[in-house]
Ligand binder design. Structure first.
Ligand SMILES: [Zn+2]
Length: 76
C-alpha cells in the first residue's frame, strides 16, 4: 500500500497542477478587473502603454491640449 501510494504521489503533481491552473487564471482575471476601479477612485490615470498609474503631464500639440504619460510620453 505504501509503495503504491508513494508511486501515486510521484505522479500526483501532474494532475493536481492541471486542476489548479484554471483556478489561478480565474484569480488573476479577477485581480486585474478589481484594480481598474481602484485607480479610478484615486483619480489616477493608468497609462495604457506602460501600465503604470501616472499623473499625466499636459502638453499642447497643434493648439490642442493632450495629456501624456510622464513615464513613456504616450498620450493618455
Ligand atoms: Zn506610460
Amino acid at each position: 500500500m505504501f509503495l503504491r501510494s508513494s508511486r501515486r504521489h510521484g505522479g500526483g503533481p501532474g494532475p493536481a497542477k492541471g486542476e489548479e491552473e484554471p483556478r489561478q487564471q480565474g484569480q488573476e482575471g479577477g485581480i486585474i478587473q478589481k484594480e481598474t476601479p481602484i485607480y479610478a477612485c484615486k483619480v489616477m490615470t493608468v497609462c495604457p502603454k506602460c501600465n503604470k498609474p501616472t499623473r499625466p503631464a499636459h502638453k499642447v500639440e497643434d493648439g490642442k491640449k493632450v495629456r501624456v504619460c510622464k513615464h513613456c510620453g504616450a498620450e493618455v
